[in-house]
Design a protein. Structure first.
Length: 48
């Protein structure tokens, strides 16, 4: 079997943590979409 060299292991672990951190569930998507729409409306009304 192939093993990951020791100098590459932290990068693999960081990528796994980042993937878990950014994995969104249903409620997370709704909150993200609401915040995105609110910021878009705020910027749009500021420009007008």
């Amino acid at each position: 079997m192939l093993e990951v060299p020791p100098h590459l292991r932290p990068a693999v672990d960081d990528e796994a943590l980042a993937a878990r951190r950014w994995k969104m569930r249903g409620g997370d998507w709704q909150q993200f979409l609401a915040a995105y729409c609110a910021s878009f409306l705020a910027i749009f009304t500021f420009i007008l």
